[in-house]
Design a protein around this ligand. Sequence first.
Ligand code: MN
Length: 256
Amino acid sequence: MRILLTNDDGIAAKGLSLLEDVARTLSDDVWVVAPADEQSGAGHSLTLSRPLRVRKAGDRRFAVTGTPTDAVMMALGKLMKDGPPDIILSGINRGANLAEDVTYSGTVSAAMEGALAGIPAIALSQDYSRQGMGETVPFDAARSWAARVLAPLLAAPMAPGTLVNVNFPALPSDEVKGVRVCRQGMRDYGRAELIERRDPRGFPYYWFSLGPAVQTAGHQTDLEAIGDGFVSVTPLHLDLTHDPSLAELRSRFSGA
Ligand code: MN
């Protein structure tokens, strides 16, 4: 099994090296093609207005000066062209990717790119508490649960055009209650705070800060699973069509 690893925290991120440890227990054919710098929040963006550079960082290890999507495209279209991966793992992200996070997340988008290319892809993220910010994010739950979560996911083929989003709760591994397969949740809007500061020359600058979210957990969502201390496993697909609205919209355009 040939495994491609990528992420959005950058090639030097701790979560990526942890994922590499896990991947090497599954295969000895592990490739890393990851953004050179942090790309958290890059979503599914593709670099079109600048050139990309690829830096070889070791055997089967490459840093790409672009987004997570760029990295996956570079891997599939160039670096691994003669032997594409059987599976793409993205992460392990520093911070959860729950609910609508998946629409901003570079981690999840790298897995989306795999799904578009017809390659089974899994995004993995580690939640952390407010106390665990900065460099001290504990990957405790991910470290001991990742292999246990991956084994059943890799045991059968994925439906075409789908990916799987995995989140580990911010708990010591022995306090994790288990694994829950669940829906994507949705939070109340208004999570992003705009922090305004002054630069050394007196001009304002702004920085988005993700404040504590108002949880509208709902039943059997990823938010609820993580809140209850479980690892969340959510199958996603890229067809964003809202089926219930199709008939209603068609009726509005029936005379057109
Ligand atoms: Mn990230």
